[in-house]
Design a binder for this molecule. Structure first.
Ligand code: ATP
Ligand code: MG
Length: 327
């Protein structure tokens, strides 16, 4: 049976196909639809429409915070991704969902329904953090603590893993999106300027990810209603990123307080692994080692490490240890 392994991220869905030949693909997690419900575009095509849709058309994200926001939109995206790699309608795949440890029984149920309706003959679950640990080549199956901090788009997931699974975990409802919203607010309140989420995100990447001192942006002046250009300094938008860093540091400390002393000493020795797209934020990389007094290892290709981890699930022995069948 063909096996399709998924990380349903809020911003990006990543997939590895295991079968006669392996294939990997990823799509922006966005679907454009008409008010009445007709799907107009999915993935990259829908992303280009964000903020540029006429009345009656909307581009929305089907997933959020490790769960399904809209079954209908999620279904459209999933079917399109499956359709692109598998020509045969008769060969029903096994779908493996990498599920965050913060996911609820309802989230799990929603993914089960989603995968079944997309034609899965069998649905299985793996822990997302365990997949990530495999992708980062951490000693997942050993009796050794590994602390992973995954800063995504809609949430930050913290997992302390040992012997193949999460021992303690915490979820913060703050991550990359929080900064995009803060940038939109800052520009409105301090510069009377309105920008869309895509502009805010690219400013974040340039100033807080790339570390540029300033950036030029275009938006609408709220007083005149006309287009306007503005040069924004990095220091103007650093505060929310620092706040995110300090919230993450507190959450990590809270988690270490309840972990066993052996696991804590493993973490003290091995340090913390920072991953997810948000790990590219310079502020996190600079602030967390001081705030926690622990070494931080930054994932240099967070998009690849999760796919590498999903790839490892194509190995039968790894699957036997990590997969759980959907009910
Ligand atoms: N160079 C960069 N600088 C700053 N932030 C970045 C950079 N590249 C990506 N990001 C941010 O990382 C976030 C996306 O990360 P990721 O792909 O791990 O999320 P996801 O898995 O889709 O979402 P989630 O895990 O929350 O469900 C976005 O907020 C994005 O803006
Ligand atoms: Mg993610």
């Amino acid at each position: 049976m063909r096996r399709l392994l998924f990380d349903f991220g809020t911003e990006t869905v990543r997939m590895t196909a295991d079968g006669s030949r392996q294939r990997k693909t990823q799509e922006p997690a966005i679907v454009a639809h008409q008010d009445g419900g007709n799907i107009v575009a999915v993935g990259a095509a829908a992303e280009r429409m964000l903020g540029r849709t006429p009345d009656g058309l909307q581009a929305e994200r089907p997933f959020a915070a490790g769960g399904v926001r809209s079954q209908k939109l999620a279904q459209a995206l999933l079917r399109s991704m499956i359709g692109r790699i598998s020509r045969s309608r008769w060969q029903r795949p096994e779908i493996v969902v990498a599920l965050a440890s913060g996911a609820t029984a309802l989230d799990r149920r929603a993914f089960l329904v989603l995968a079944r309706e997309a034609g899965a003959a069998r649905v299985s679950f793996a822990q997302l953090a365990a997949c990530r640990a495999l992708g980062l080549a951490l000693p997942l199956f050993e009796p050794r603590g590994s602390l992973l901090v995954d800063v995504g788009a809609s949430r930050t997931q913290i997992d302390l893993l040992s012997l193949g699974r999460t021992v303690v975990s915490a979820t913060l409802p703050e991550a990359g999106d929080t900064l995009d919203d803060a940038i939109v607010r800052r520009l409105r309140e301090h510069y009377n300027m309105m920008v869309g989420p895509a502009t805010a995100k690219s400013l974040k990447h340039e100033l807080l990810g790339g570390g540029a001192d300033d950036a030029l942006l275009y938006g609408r002046d709220l007083v005149s209603g006309l287009p306007r250009a503005l040069r924004l300094q990095r220091s103007e938008i650093e505060a929310p990123a620092l706040q995110l860093a300090s919230h993450i540091a507190s959450a990590v400390q809270d988690l270490l307080r309840v972990a066993s002393p052996e696991l804590v000493s493993d973490v003290a020795e091995a340090g913390i692994h920072l991953t997810g797209g948000g790990s590219r934020l310079q502020v996190l990389r600079h602030h967390l080692p001081d705030a926690l007094g622990l070494p931080i290892h930054c994932d240099e290709s967070p998009s690849e490490s999760i796919v590498l981890g999903l790839d490892r699930l194509t190995d039968r022995r790894v699957r036997e240890q990590l997969l759980r069948r959907g009910a």
